[in-house]
Design a protein around this ligand. Sequence first.
Ligand SMILES: [Mn+2]
Length: 174
Amino acid sequence: MERRTIVVMSDSHGDREIVQAIKEQWQDKADLIFHNGDSELEVNDPVWDGIQVVAGNMDFLAGYPDQQRVELDGYKIIQTHGHLQNINFTMDKLAYWAQEEEASICLYGHLHVPAAYQEAGILYVNPGSVSQPRGQILERLYAVLSIQGTLVRIDYYTRDHQLFPGLSKEFTIQ
Ligand SMILES: [Mn+2]
């Protein structure tokens, strides 16, 4: 089966240049590019051409959807920012939603902390913030998922598109 590449960024908070730069870096190689919200850009900005984007809690300019659903090779990928599920307090609501949706992969943001974990068969991925990192790893990052059959590899990249060591993980999805 063909290898698929999915690029995921989030929480760029007004930093349009990095959104554009990541898109230019990956648009010929990636099957899908996601931005998980808090871009603080206008919804009709041409940078969004070719990017799946959702609303974050700081996106006061109207027009973004709260969530997106995309199918790729039979895998259902769902995307939301996470504030509507109160993920600052609990991941339960996000998990209930992902289970209801019967998602294979659930993409979110909001916390500005990179995370990749599997629970009840669903792979959850937070790319971290590409502009304002928080927590233990104060590196501005985005994520790249490589799917080969049922195997998904997640790598994190720096703003100059270099592999960030120590965070890569592999999962089997369903
Ligand atoms: Mn944010």
